[in-house]
Design a protein around this ligand. Structure first.
Ligand code: GLC
Length: 815
């Protein structure tokens, strides 16, 4: 109204503001959707599945093609073939369509869309006067902000996990030593999860331009998302649980591929280990000190003048020999790969790139030259399929030399001055698009190039790629780390929250530079960081050029012992971790989960004070110490009963407890009934088959009046090939049942597609108060005096040691 008045009063002053879709004039149903024609344009609404709705604004003469780069290749086609129905109803004021899970309506008067669940609760509703609008190229939609509505996700973001009250944007940015509130950062994942009246939904905004998300920042009226250009095209994803949303988002944008087992091992990095003798010294020290390690990284100094795909021949005169030698003791080398190609006519890669038109250009055809580590550099246009092949082939050449993984850095793309020219032109698979659209996709296409060509060259080897920048869907190609963090307590905490946010945003394979990249951690802080790293999906220590040593042994003997203990713990937990990765590759579920992911209805699980606690899978709650000189830890335990990993003490849930947290303790809690499967530690992850399987059972907590039942899966295969996709893996189920006074654990092989050598099997039952009366092994009576049985009344542990896992069927005891 005011604007209209102003427009009349000031007819000569023109100022931009939003144009809205306006009134609905007509609707036409399509297959499982509708085209809604409005005064200002069209809204296309389409059920992709019964729970996923795609909404696309089409403006008059809108030339902008939709984005497919982030979507899982088969999503749109596979969802077409599902059999389910929609139902349409129309009234004077409103059009509605429902699936079995949700309904959407649009009001004729104002094109306001509402999405309802099947109980009639509103899940997401447009603002009543501002539903869909645009201002020049900018497109935007506004949703009513509900009381108490919470917002999670958006990939790599600082701050608290709940983004309510903030405006955040997507523009991949290289910000060393970023702070808690720095935004944007390295990754762009335009996907969020809303929780409204306890019901979770997701929104994936399928737009790679600079986008903004406002969750009630500066106002209390709406949540809103906008893009500076491109299509207003989004997917609404119904829950009702956060878990449902995350899983469905992974249907939409893809899931991780199961990584090679070694990539879950401990990894050591610094900027930079060189020359060759230094790399060898580091490797040898790990073995001498009996600290497991799988990977050593080569940062930028391995190259000749930072020229990608070259070696500095003085520092690394015989790379192949070095790589082969290190492989003998289980080390894999992973080099950094930066996209910038030194603008040097003498350099083969630059010449090839210029000759075959692989580099990003200005609209007038001149090649763009920006500055990064090598000095003036060209930037490959990874959105061009031929360039991806060219680049990927060079990567595959490095693989041929024996390098095992590839670390993509500076791929925002970063450049000195932090302003990659917006007018540069990208191929975009023949569409020819500007940097404005392609910036946030740069790393995605670079990782795609790397993975696809590696798989072409090594069809039965799972690649390992690590990235700094990314976009939605990056998980299909690469693991990620949180960039250039700082060696501080605050950053350890921030990193945990960022990793949790990434897991909610479809990227479970994440980690942070252990110990902090910039600055030097105190010995205590480093030990605490290693403890967090030991249970991180991706576990790598890294530090800045010129900083003091940051290896597990660099902080004195006491700290070295602690670090060894926790790195070994990681290797012991590999069966559990690997199984979680397998499950994530199938379901999209995060490895690390905020507590509210598992317990959505407990307000304490969202509490700011407990956002540094997390779940490792569904049953292990980790409450790491993140501050120095802190030897106790206040922990919130959600509903249920929990067993303290360090003391076996049992706690009732729904309360805050204070537990001991000595410097060499990582506070962890096991949900009553949970089973954790460990193995003998090794020097490196693929050193040998399991020799000893240790099954911890946290069920016997003296409360046997109710039934307790749980199952833990163990996935095993060769750890490196794709054979598991053809059923060549072994899936063993350990099932625990406690009832009255009886406890029974049994084993069942659910998939027997992979042959393994037999190994010993140890069960550790925690919390067994008294010596059991009756014991049965494979249904035959067993005496408590049997040499295979031990009972420790002080630690309340009952153990049974068996020489063969394969002949084990069940074990039972009665209290
Ligand atoms: C960037 C990376 C960092 C790397 C450095 C040198 O800062 O984030 O991990 O060590 O470049 O390559």
């Amino acid at each position: 109204m005011l604007l209209r008045l102003l427009a009349i009063l000031l007819p000569l002053v023109s100022f931009a503001n939003y144009t809205f879709l306006g009134q609905v004039t007509r609707w036409q149903t399509t297959d499982r959707g509708a085209v809604v024609l409005c005064d200002g344009g069209e809204l296309h609404v389409q059920f992709q599945t019964a729970e996923i709705l795609r909404v696309t604004l089409v403006r008059p003469n809108d030339p902008e093609p939709l984005l497919y780069d982030a979507l899982a290749a088969n999503f749109l086609t596979s969802t077409d073939s599902q059999s389910w129905d929609t139902e349409v109803s129309e009234s004077q004021d409103r059009f509605s369509m429902r699936s079995s899970a949700i309904a959407w309506t649009i009001d004729r008067a104002n094109s306001r869309m509402t999405i309802w669940d099947s109980d009639g609760a509103v899940i997401l509703r447009d603002d009543s006067t501002m539903a869909y609008g645009w201002d020049g190229n900018e497109v935007r939609t506004w949703k009513q902000l509900a009381q108490g509505e919470k917002f999670f996700g958006l990939g790599l973001k600082g701050g608290g996990l709940d983004k309510r009250g903030r405006e955040l944007q997507m523009w991949n940015s290289d910000i060393p030593a970023y702070q808690d509130n720095t935004d944007p950062l390295y990754q762009s994942v335009p996907f969020y999860i809303g929780v409204r009246d306890g019901i979770a939904y997701g929104v994936y905004f399928n737009n790679s331009y600079r986008t903004k998300f406002n969750f009630g920042a500066g106002q209390q009226r709406y949540s809103s998302f906008s893009a500076e250009d491109g299509a207003l095209d989004y997917f609404f994803i119904y829950g009702p649980t956060i878990r449902d949303v995350v899983r469905r988002f992974s249907d939409l944008t893809g899931r991780i591929e199961l990584p090679p087992l070694w990539a879950l091992g401990y990894q050591q990095c610094r900027w930079s280990y060189y020359p060759e003798s230094e790399v060898r010294r580091i490797a040898q020290t790990f073995r001498e000190k009996d600290i497991p390690c799988d990977v050593i990284y080569l940062d930028i100094h391995y190259m000749d003048g930072y020229r990608v795909f070259t070696w500095d021949s003085t520092r690394f005169p015989q790379p192949k020999k070095m790589i082969d030698d290190l492989a003998k003791t289980g080390f894999k080398l992973v080099p950094i790969i930066d996209p910038g190609v030194k603008a040097d006519w003498e350099y083969k890669i630059a010449r090839e790139g210029l000759a075959d038109n692989h580099f990003v250009r200005f609209p007038d055809g001149t090649v763009h030259v920006g500055e990064v580590w090598p000095g003036p550099s060209y930037f490959p246009d990874f959105s061009r399929p031929k360039t991806r092949t060219w680049w990927g082939r060079h990567i595959a050449e490095l693989r041929k030399l024996g390098l095992r993984g590839f670390w993509n850095d500076m791929n925002e793309p970063a450049c000195w001055g932090q302003a990659f020219p917006l007018e540069t032109v990208f191929d975009d698979s023949g569409r020819s698009s500007s940097h404005k659209k392609m910036h946030n996709l740069y790393a995605l296409h670079m990782a795609q190039a790397t993975r696809e060509e590696l798989v072409k060259a090594y069809p039965n080897e799972r690649p390992f790629i690590l990235t700094r920048a990314g976009f939605a869907g990056m998980q299909k190609y690469s693991a990620a780390w949180t960039g250039d963090n700082v060696a501080s307590e605050d950053h350890l905490e921030l990193g945990i929250r960022m990793m949790l946010g990434m897991g909610l945003s479809g990227q479970p394979f994440v980690g942070m530079d252990i110990g902090g990249f910039i600055g030097t951690p105190s010995p205590e802080l480093f030990a605490r960081w290693i403890q967090v790293g030991a249970v991180s999906p991706f576990c790598r220590t890294h530090t800045h050029y010129g900083s003091p040593d940051q290896e597990p042994w660099s902080f004195g003997e006491n700290i070295e012992d602690i670090n060894r203990k926790f790195i070994k713990l990681r290797y012991e937990l590999l069966p559990y971790l690997y199984t979680l990765f397998y499950q994530s590759s199938v379901s999209g579920e995060p490895i690390w989960r905020p507590m509210f992911y598992e317990v959505q209805d407990d307000p304490m699980c969202y509490d700011w004070g407990y956002q540094q606690q997390f779940m490792l899978g569904s049953n292990v709650l980790v409450a790491p110490v993140t501050r120095e000189k802190q030897y106790t830890r206040k922990v919130y335990l959600p509903a249920g009963r929990w067993v303290d990993w360090n003391t076996d003490r049992v706690y009732e849930g729904r309360q805050e407890v204070i537990v001991d947290a000595h410097l060499d303790w990582l506070p962890m809690f096991l949900r009553e009934g949970s089973i954790v499967i460990r193995r003998d530690a090794q020097d490196f992850a693929d050193q040998r088959a399991v020799q000893q399987l240790i099954v911890d059972v946290y069920g016997s907590t003296g409360k046997t009046d109710s039934l307790l039942q749980s199952t833990q899966t163990l996935i095993e295969d060769d750890g490196k090939s794709f054979d598991f996709k053809n059923g060549k893996f072994r899936e063993t189920l350990y099932e625990y049942l406690a009832q009255e006074k009886s406890h029974r654990i049994s084993r069942r092989v659910a998939t027997n597609g992979y042959t393994l050598p037999d190994r010993s099997l140890t069960f550790v039952f925690h919390g067994v108060a008294a010596a059991p009366d009756v014991l049965r092994l494979n249904d035959a009576a067993l005496s408590l005096n049997d040499s295979r049985i031990s009972f420790d009344p002080d630690r309340r542990r009952l153990e049974i040691h068996l020489t063969s896992e394969f002949s084990f069927q069940s074990f039972e005891f009665f209290e």
